[in-house]
Ligand binder design. Structure first.
Ligand code: MN
Length: 366
């Protein structure tokens, strides 16, 4: 028989052992939990990253489509080279260019295909990837196309315009959504990425762009991805006839926001095309001796002289800035803006850069 005292001692020891065991279990659990939380967080992080950003392949589709849409064959060629480097197949790229005729016309599409043909030729690409498919003979294309259209847009597409010109409805359904969309090679989502990129690079197609942003969403494109497409294409067709040039890093300290500079000539008279992204403006400044002439070529912006109200500028406007007048120029909040800047030649001409145009002043402008 155990004495009461001894029994108590054993009980105490057992409790102590149990306590130590629980403590070590707790420590192990703690380690395990930290590891588990770490794994979950890492999963969230990489998962979110994969979900929210475009991948290389998608970005390649964006640039190919944007440069095709605006007919910039030089930049298109670079985009095509990069896409091939990234592993897009010849048939996948062909498919983007073929589809784009529906959104930016045969001429742009044909020119792009021609550029691509030369690129493939130069690189002696031998593997072309999966071949496109065609609908089985006898398919009711109007019905097939209608179903695809409903699947993409989320509802039957009707309206007065289609009653007014039924042929366009037939072509959209039988040709675009049946003939073209059934070809495979690209997913519907990839086709929408191409369309959004092309439409966001062309002027005056905002209703169609907005419709395709929604369709893109219906194909699983995340808002962040759509925003990225719009950001990537935002500078593609800017700068107008005289070109965007390069980012204006040399003068960036005198600007709020990003601007681009395309020097046109330096002989005798210095002339450059300057492009401001929305909200971008230069600091107050003075052109000593020579003055400056601005020829507005694209978008909406402002010119303001010190002590006077700002004047709104649009393509075709001319501003003759006398020497010694303190002023600024730049884009409206919601518009890209380009002007040609001519430095009026004068002996000992110089520029004096002054204070920023504050948000308070700028935000008053409509
Ligand atoms: Mn100026």
């Amino acid at each position: 028989m155990l004495s009461g005292k001894k029994y108590l001692q054993i009980l105490k020891d057992r409790f102590f052992q149990l306590f130590i065991l629980l403590l070590s279990v707790q420590r192990a659990m703690k380690k395990f939990l930290i590891l588990l939380i770490g794994i979950i967080l890492l999963g969230f992080y990489t998962g979110a990253d994969a979900m929210e950003n475009l991948n290389d392949r998608q970005r390649d589709i964006v640039f190919i489509s944007a440069y095709t849409a605006v007919g910039n064959t030089e930049k298109l060629k670079n985009a095509l080279e990069k896409a091939l480097d990234d592993g897009l197949s010849v048939n996948e790229i062909k498919e983007i260019l073929v589809q784009l005729y529906a959104y930016c016309g045969f001429p742009r599409s044909l020119n792009a295909i021609n550029t691509f043909m030369q690129t493939v030729d130069e690189r002696k690409v031998s593997s072309v990837g999966n071949e496109p498919e065609s609908l089985p003979h006898g398919t009711d294309k109007k019905e097939y196309g209608n179903e695809v259209q409903i699947k993409l847009t989320g509802a039957e597409v009707k309206g007065a315009m289609f009653d007014f010109a039924p042929a366009i409805d037939t072509f959209l359904k039988e040709h675009l959504f049946a003939d073209i969309f059934s070809r495979g090679v690209l997913t519907y989502q990839e086709r929408e990425i191409a369309t959004i990129a092309a439409l966001s690079s062309i002027k005056g197609v905002e209703p169609q762009l907005n419709a395709h942003i929604q369709i893109g969403k219906n194909t699983g494109l995340k808002d962040e991805q759509t925003e990225e497409i719009l950001k990537l294409t935002s500078s593609v067709n800017k700068g107008g006839e005289f070109g965007l040039g390069e980012e204006n890093t040399a003068y960036s300290k005198y600007f709020i926001g990003n601007s681009y500079l395309n020097p046109l000539t330096q002989d005798g008279v210095s002339i450059a095309n300057v492009t401001f992204e929305p909200g971008c403006r230069n600091n107050w400044h003075i052109h000593h001796k020579g003055g400056q002439i601005l020829l507005v070529t694209e978008g909406r912006g402002y010119y303001q002289e010190w002590g006077k109200p700002a004047q709104e500028l649009k393509a075709g406007d001319v501003v003759n800035i006398p020497p010694e007048v303190k002023h600024w120029h730049g884009a409206a909040k919601d518009s890209w803006f380009s002007h040609i800047a001519i430095a009026v030649p004068a002996e000992n001409a110089s520029n004096e850069w002054l204070e920023e145009v504050s948000d308070e002043e700028y935000n008053k402008l409509k």
